[in-house]
Every structure is written in structure tokens, then in C-alpha cells.
Design a protein around this ligand. Structure first.
Ligand SMILES: Nc1ncnc2c1ncn2[C@@H]1O[C@H](COP(=O)(O)OP(=O)(O)OP(=O)(O)O)[C@@H](O)[C@H]1O
Ligand SMILES: [Mg+2]
Length: 494
């Protein structure tokens, strides 16, 4: 007997032999068949049995081969359908001929519905060019091509894909096989990294500009103190009716304005001397509302929405005034023909998970101060620069670009953070998050009211390394009745 590995030629051989025997026997008359010897009959039966067994064996082999084929086909279908990537076969015209289940799920349709749909129907309008070039180079070069683009599924959901395409041929003509991987998550984290990187660069830039501004402002402030002091002393010495008095008044006003500007720069550089107090933001804002309405004029409506049960914050109240005045003035300038400004407060808690997904946010409890307007809004470019000192879009003389830099400095000095949301023509919202103050002891502290300038005749040892300031302070103290001994360094003083 032949083994299981009998080949089709052997089977054909056997069949021919059996036919030969049969035709040989059939060629004889029926009498001949009867007259067959018992030996011949036995041999014939034997041959027939051998044929039958061979056929049964072949049948069995065919059945087993069919079963193996079915198993392998089912495995192929599983692998094809449930592959982690989408497989799509396209006609030369770009129509979908076949798609696996993953591709159909990504596109949000049944596989049968997809047949004969153009793939371009699922590609975002803005990315159609990428796909066009991708197909062009595929059919021109006949080399595999890759690209990344955005697609939109049947429900309008946008997702990013990486496509690898191979040109091929089947019995219908040229076709193209596409492997489609969903890369939305990767793109999202790339985007987040980019935003974080940009924020880091921005923070570093602000830090160095702050250091520079702080350094210059510090020296400038010293000089202004001297200018202001001497002017004041000179004015004390002359009669207000003299023309020189008027000139000195002008010097004083300008020096005062420069000092205000320097103070703002120092605020941005977080070097401003502050007196933080425990406050309820609502109360501080309430005291400001009438003044703010006057500041922005009657044409613009000021809406005040106070959130209830606000947490306490610890801050110098004059800094809240500075923030609101700057934001409201900017909002006023952004509104052309009447509009509204909304000042809102609120409570916000951010957990680390939220902050991980929202660059720029810090975990913790915060009191929110939001100022929105329905003015002209800003484009992305402006939004990215608004907090930089001396960045302004206003005409010369109308803005110095220091307002928002001051606000930024104040918020940072108080360990808060600020975000801006704006679109051209869609208005602007600034959201400031100030950390909640939980210290009870702090809440008990009371304000120190201003005391009158003391006078006396005691001797004072005055130490100051800046000669101009030393001289000025000496002069002022002497005018208040004190005897003054001066020294430029602690060593000199001892
Ligand atoms: N609410 C807003 N709507 C539209 N643009 C704004 C708004 N707030 C700020 N800006 C833009 O940001 C720029 C910078 O604002 P910032 O307050 O720092 O300076 P400024 O208002 O130009 O000058 P300054 O405040 O020193 O007088 C503005 O010139 C303006 O282009
Ligand atoms: Mg401003």
C-alpha cells in the first residue's frame, strides 16, 4: 500500500490502470466474463479493492487538506479583520474595494457600506493635497509611500492617521493597498510637548526680561528718588508765586510719572514692595466697581458677577486694583462702539491629572478672577506676546505695553497663574487664578494705618551706599530736626 504522501500523478496512474482492466474485461463478451477463471476473477476483485482503498485514502487526504485550509483561512480572516491597523484596498480610481474591520471601525461605517466609496470622502479638506501628492508619487514611482494626515469619520469625528501605501495588481487591474494606523494619541502628546516647550521658552524669556527690567528699574528708581527729593526741597524753599516754582512743579509731575512707570516695571520684575493681607476678592472688587465704571466711560456696560462663598486669598489689595484697572482699560480700548465688560469671580480646584492634560495649569485650590470683553479680540501671534513688557499694538503715545506685563508680574508674585483666551472679532477673556489662603492666623492680622511723619532732635547714623540718596536722605532728616552722621558702608559706620 502507498503511503499518505501519494501524489496526484500516482492517483492518475492508478485510475488509468483500473480503466485499462475494466475496458479489457468489458471488451470481452458477457459469456467471456462468465468463462473467467476463478484466479482471474480474484485478481480483478483484488485490483478493484486496491483502487477503492486508494480513492478512500485520497478522499481523506482531500478532506484533511480542506479542513486545514478552512482553519488557516479563518485565522487569516481574524488576523486581517482584527489587526491593530486598518487595511484598505483601493481601485486605481481611489474607490474602496475592500476594508478590514479595524478600518471600517475607524471610518465609522459597515464594511459593506464602504465598498465603492472614494477614500477622499473621509480625508479632511485641508489635508486633501497631502493625499493627492501621496497617490501621485505612489503610482509614478511604484515604490511604497507614507504620509500623515487627518481624516473625519462618518460621525464627523476627526482623527490622525499614518498611511503606508503599496501599488499592486489584481485581475481587475492596478490597485493600491493601504495600511492605516491611528496616530491621534501620538499627535496629541506631540502637540502637548510643543505647547509645554513653547511655555517653557516663554517663561524663561519673561524671567530674563524681568531680571533686566528689574535691574534697570532699580537704578532708575534710585535716581528718580533723588530727582523727586531735590525738586521737593527746592520747591519748599521758594515762593509758589515765582516762575521757577511752576517749572519745578513740571519737573515734579514728570518725575512722578516716570516713577509710576518704574514702579510698574518693578512689579513685573516682582521687586515691588508689597503688603499682602488676607482678603475676600469680592469685597475688594466691590469697592473698585464705581471707579472702574468711571474709568471705562458710560458707553461700555460693566457687569459684575460675584461668586458666593469665595475662599480667602492673601494679597496686597492695591495689586487687585492694578490688575483690574489694567484689564478694564485694555478691554475699553478693544471695544469700539459700545459693548460690555464682565468681571467674574469663582472657585476652581485643579488636580494633578487635570494639570497634566492642561499645560499652564497648576494643581491646587484657586480663586478665579475673570475679565471678559466683547471687543476686537486678538490673533494667536498677539496672544503669545501680550505679557511681554513693552509689547503694544497701540499707536505711539497711546500705550507703553507695560499694563499686562504688570498684571503678569503681580499674578506670579502671588503664586498664581494667568491665561488669555481670544479670537479675532470674538472678544477676549483673561482668567487669573490666585491661590486659596488657608492660614487662620494670617486672617487675624489687622491693617496698620498710616502714621504721621515723626520729627525729633536726636542724632541718627545713616548708612547708604548710593551717594545721591545718602545726601538726599541726610537733607530730609536734617529738615525734620535730626542731627545726621553719614556713612557709605557698615564698616565706615563702626
Ligand atoms: N482685552 C483686549 N482685547 C484686545 N487686545 C488686547 C486686550 N488686552 C490687551 N490687548 C493687546 O495686548 C497689547 C498689550 O497690552 P498691555 O496692556 O500690556 O499694553 P498697552 O495696553 O498696549 O499699553 P499700556 O497698558 O502700557 O498703556 C495691547 O496693545 C493690545 O494689542
Ligand atoms: Mg494696557
Amino acid at each position: 500500500m502507498k503511503n499518505k504522501k501519494s501524489r496526484p500523478e500516482d492517483a492518475a496512474d492508478l485510475r488509468q490502470k483500473a480503466e485499462a482492466v475494466f475496458f479489457k474485461q468489458a471488451a470481452r463478451s458477457s459469456e467471456d466474463l462468465v468463462s473467467l477463471s476463478s484466479e482471474e476473477t480474484r485478481r480483478m476483485f483484488h485490483e478493484l479493492r486496491v483502487h477503492q482503498i486508494e480513492l478512500e485514502m485520497q478522499n481523506e487526504e482531500l478532506r484533511l487538506a480542506q479542513e486545514a485550509l478552512n482553519v488557516s483561512h479563518a485565522r487569516y480572516l481574524d488576523l486581517y479583520n482584527f489587526a491593530p491597523v486598518g487595511y484598505i484596498t483601493l481601485s486605481e480610481q481611489g474607490l474602496i474595494l475592500k476594508a478590514n474591520l479595524t478600518a471600517a471601525t475607524l471610518l465609522g461605517m459597515d464594511r459593506s457600506e464602504l465598498v465603492n466609496q472614494p477614500l477622499t470622502g473621509f480625508i479632511l479638506k485641508e489635508d486633501q493635497d497631502i493625499y493627492y501628492l501621496h497617490r501621485k508619487s505612489l503610482f509614478e514611482s511604484r515604490e511604497p509611500q507614507e504620509c500623515e494626515l487627518r481624516m473625519v469619520n462618518k460621525d464627523g469625528q476627526l482623527f490622525w492617521v499614518h498611511l503606508t501605501a503599496v501599488a499592486s495588481q489584481d485581475d481587475t487591474g492596478p490597485i493600491c493597498r493601504i495600511i492605516m494606523s491611528n496616530i491621534t494619541e501620538r499627535k496629541r502628546s506631540e502637540e502637548e510637548n510643543k505647547t509645554l516647550q513653547a511655555q517653557l521658552t516663554q517663561a524663561r524669556k519673561m524671567e530674563s526680561v524681568g531680571r533686566l527690567a528689574g535691574g534697570v528699574a532699580h537704578d532708575f528708581n534710585n535716581m528718580l528718588t533723588v530727582i523727586l527729593g531735590h525738586t521737593q526741597i527746592a520747591m519748599d524753599d521758594i515762593d509758589p508765586s515765582e516762575p521757577l516754582y511752576h517749572d519745578l512743579q513740571e519737573v515734579l509731575t514728570c518725575a512722578q510719572r516716570s516713577a509710576d512707570l518704574t514702579k510698574q516695571l518693578l512689579t513685573f520684575a516682582r521687586k515691588q514692595v508689597i503688603e499682602p493681607k488676607i482678603l475676600n476678592l469680592n469685597q475688594t472688587i466691590k469697592q473698585m466697581i464705581i471707579m472702574l465704571q468711571r474709568l471705562i466711560g458710560e458707553d461700555i456696560k460693566l457687569i459684575w458677577k460675584a461668586s458666593e462663598n469665595l475662599w480667602a486669598i492673601k494679597m496686597d489689595p492695591s495689586q487687585i486694583d492694578q490688575i483690574l484697572a489694567n484689564l478694564c482699560l485694555n478691554a475699553r480700548d478693544a471695544i469700539s462702539n459700545g459693548g460690555k465688560i464682565i468681571i467674574e469671580t469663582g472657585l476652581k480646584t485643579f488636580d494633578p491629572a487635570y494639570c497634566a492634560g492642561h499645560p499652564g495649569f497648576v494643581p491646587g485650590d484657586f480663586v478665579l478672577l475673570a475679565v471678559s470683553d466683547d471687543g476686537c479680540g486678538m490673533d494667536k501671534e498677539i496672544c503669545n506676546n501680550v505679557f511681554e513688557p513693552f509689547f503694544t499694538t497701540k499707536e505711539t503715545g497711546k500705550g507703553t505695553g507695560i499694563g499686562l506685563a504688570t498684571v503678569y508680574g503681580i499674578v506670579k508674585q502671588n503664586n498664581g497663574f494667568i491665561n488669555v483666551y481670544s479670537e479675532p472679532g470674538q472678544g477676549t477673556t483673561f482668567k487669573i487664578y490666585l491661590p486659596r489662603c488657608t492660614s487662620v492666623d494670617e486672617a487675624l492680622k489687622i491693617d496698620l494705618s498710616e502714621e504721621p511723619v515723626p520729627r525729633g532732635n536726636e542724632t541718627i547714623l545713616l548708612v547708604e551706599d548710593e551717594p545721591a540718596i545718602l545726601e538726599l536722605t541726610q537733607k530730609i532728616l536734617q529738615r525734620l530736626g535730626y542731627s545726621v552722621i553719614t556713612a557709605a558702608t557698615p564698616g565706615e559706620a563702626t
